[in-house]
Design a protein around this ligand. Structure first.
Ligand SMILES: [Ca+2]
Ligand SMILES: [Ca+2]
Ligand SMILES: [Ca+2]
Length: 241
């Protein structure tokens, strides 16, 4: 009974702490929802290949240097956020990336994004890299901070976050946030992996690191309840023997 109460109180305090962080969140990415270009606005039910330079924030490795933007409803797929989204497999199995600067060393960063397949099951990879002192990607001082493959089907948009992952702690240099197409259910390198509603930065997604708990008072509360819970559990186990 007492243990139950402790766990409930602990849960409440934890939620309160996460809510505090959430209210201060700000994405380090530009145009994470692919809503810009707005000129011309991508009409619902249509799509187009845009020049990389017209799609604010994002860089691509596409074979023709294009970023494929869909207007909500094209081929029956509604945007997960706003009225536009991107197809990662534009003319080829592309990488879409942004370089984020200005995040100090030792901070936990998180992410959220929506992913959906165009045909069958599509797979893509997200990699977050600290670019080292030279701030250039691909050189020997790069450090991979996070990498994971994600798969989705055509059933619905899937929102992925860093919840449950090891804390992603910054090293103080520029960060590269990159999605790369891995495989497509269509078997065609230019057909697959829809992306929308991407956020990345400090206070975005889940907080997995204990040092991110913001208030000393909450921390004391956690420690106190944790200690009480542990004592209670020990007591219970003894009784059971
Ligand atoms: Ca969008
Ligand atoms: Ca395409
Ligand atoms: Ca580097």
């Amino acid at each position: 009974m007492f243990l139950k109460f402790s766990v409930a109180a602990l849960t409440l305090i934890t939620f309160a702490s996460i809510a505090d962080v959430k209210s201060a969140q700000a994405s380090g990415l530009i145009n994470g929802g692919f809503e810009t270009p707005g000129t011309p606005y991508q009409q619902p039910g249509t799509f187009s290949f845009r020049n990389e330079s017209d799609v604010l924030g994002w860089e691509t490795t596409d074979s023709q240097n294009k970023i494929e933007i869909w207007g909500t409803g094209f081929n029956g797929v509604s945007a997960a956020e706003g009225t536009q989204f991107a197809e990662l497999n534009a003319n080829s199995a592309s990488t879409l990336s942004q370089v984020v600067s200005g995040i100090a060393s030792g901070l936990e960063v998180g992410f959220e994004f929506f992913h959906r397949a165009r045909v069958g099951t599509d797979v893509m990879n997200l990699t977050i890299t600290d670019l080292g002192l030279d701030n250039i990607f691909g050189s020997s001082d790069d450090t991979s901070l996070f990498t994971k493959n994600y798969s989705a089907t055509t059933a619905a948009w899937v929102q992925n976050t860093n919840a449950g992952e090891a804390p992603i702690i910054t090293l103080g240099n520029n960060l590269r946030f990159a999605y790369s197409a891995i495989s497509t259910g269509s078997g065609n390198a230019s057909v697959g992996n829809f992306l929308d509603g991407v956020s990345f930065g400090v206070g975005v997604g889940a907080v997995n690191s204990p040092q991110s708990v913001p208030e000393p008072a909450s921390m004391l509360g956690l420690l106190a309840f944790g200690a009480l819970g542990a004592t209670s559990l020990k007591h219970k186990q003894k009784e059971k023997v």
